[in-house]
Design a protein around this ligand. Structure first.
Ligand code: NDP
Ligand code: 13P
Length: 334
């Protein structure tokens, strides 16, 4: 019997490409499979061993027949399924996949977003729509940009699961010389923190775009971590240290890094781009754009005081001008 771990990565963007690199660089015995929707990219990777569209410097060393546009085939080949499609497109990517296709598999969410319309984070969405038990669900998170993985810069990932042994097993498959792993049992807190920090990074970008300096940014982000803590304490009240890497660390890297898609998107909005033109110009996905709308709906239930998220929502969805909106927000910060 073949006892090797079999891992499928679902998605063809930067983070999926980085995940493939980490899994391949990890020395544990395993087979890796990769699905993406783009047939041209699959052909290019099979022929030239590089993703033509994302992290093109990374060498891909997978057997050709392990890379495919046939998601059912790729999912059926693996035990661990790493979901890595932006949340807004997840339903579309999983078209034709039934709960039976995922039964018995371990599902790892590398997605830092909320499924639109459902307004659910991944664990909830997969549990409700695909009957994935929380004991089979893992979250891959932490402060880590795909671009720095490509450069093999030392990074720390948090793997959260209701089953810490399972989290440790997956950690053993993805840790490398340049990737250290932390395990956690806080699925909800880890997921929500990863969603919210994208919105705060958009706020950070907008403020930079309209001319606020580093002094203001520091106040913004120290208020952001308190806002984040307030929200997760209401949604999932457990004893957690918000200063850990998966919470504060991920907020800091996304709000300050030159690589952040969310910060870049926010910066363009601050500079006067429309949402459409900023999205076209970036050619990458800023999850926080979709998440802030979902969060606005979700928070109607919880009624947590979230002035930063509300300011971003007003700018992106109510077409409010960034300057007065951020001036109003500034009056509420401390
Ligand atoms: N990039 C990073 O450093 C990190 C990202 N993440 C998370 O990983 C997830 C994936 O993001 P990331 O890899 O950055 O994405 P990218 O911005 O690098 O790539 C965009 C991805 O979205 C797909 N896509 C774009 N438009 C559509 C559409 N209309 N329908 C279906 N698919 C579409 C693209 O497919 P195609 O190429 O075929 O257009 C591509 O796979 C997100 O949840 C993100 O928050 C988490 C940690 C780090
Ligand atoms: O989650 C990330 C870093 O930890 C990536 O953030 P961006 O999507 O803003 O690039």
């Amino acid at each position: 019997m073949d006892t090797r771990n079999k891992i499928a990565v679902i998605g063809g963007g930067s983070w999926a490409t980085a995940n493939i690199k980490m899994l391949a660089d990890n020395t544990a015995e395993k087979e890796i499979f990769w699905w993406m929707r783009n047939a041209d990219a699959v052909g290019h990777i099979r022929e030239f061993n590089h993703n033509p569209n994302y992290l093109s410097s990374v060498e891909i060393r997978l057997p050709k027949h392990h890379i495919s546009t046939d998601i059912k085939h790729i999912i059926s080949a693996a035990d661990f399924i790493v979901l890595n499609v932006p949340a807004a497109f997840l339903k579309e990517a999983l078209t034709g996949i039934t709960p039976a296709d995922l039964q018995g598999k371990f599902i790892v969410s590398a997605i830092k977003g909320i499924v639109p319309d459902e307004n659910q984070i991944m664990g909830e969405f997969l549990n409700q729509h695909y009957h994935i038990p929380f004991a089979h669900f893992l979250v891959l998170s932490g402060p880590c940009h795909a671009e720095e993985v490509a450069l093999e810069k030392l990074s720390y990932l948090t793997i959260a699961s209701g089953d810490l042994e399972l989290a440790a097993r997956f950690a053993g498959l993805i840790s490398t010389r340049y990737i250290r792993t932390i395990v956690s049992d806080d699925i909800y807190g880890t997921e929500w923190a990863a969603v919210l920090k994208n919105i705060y990074a958009i706020a950070s970008g907008i403020c930079h775009g309209i001319g606020y300096g580093d002094n203001f940014q520091a106040v913004l982000i120290s208020n952001a971590i308190r806002e984040l803590e307030r929200f997760v304490a209401v949604v999932h009240p457990i004893n957690r240290d918000i200063k850990e890497s998966a919470y504060l660390g991920d907020l800091l890297v996304t709000a300050y890094s030159q690589f952040s898609r969310n910060r870049t998107f926010g910066n363009m909005i601050g500079k006067g781009y429309t949402v459409k033109s900023a999205q076209l110009e970036m050619n990458m996905i800023a999850e926080g754009y979709y998440a802030v709308n979902c969060l606005h709906q979700v928070n109607k239930q919880y009624k947590v005081n979230m002035p930063i998220c509300e300011a971003v929502y007003a700018i992106l969805y109510k077409k409010k001008a960034p300057v007065p909106q951020m001036q109003h927000l500034a009056g509420q910060l401390s």
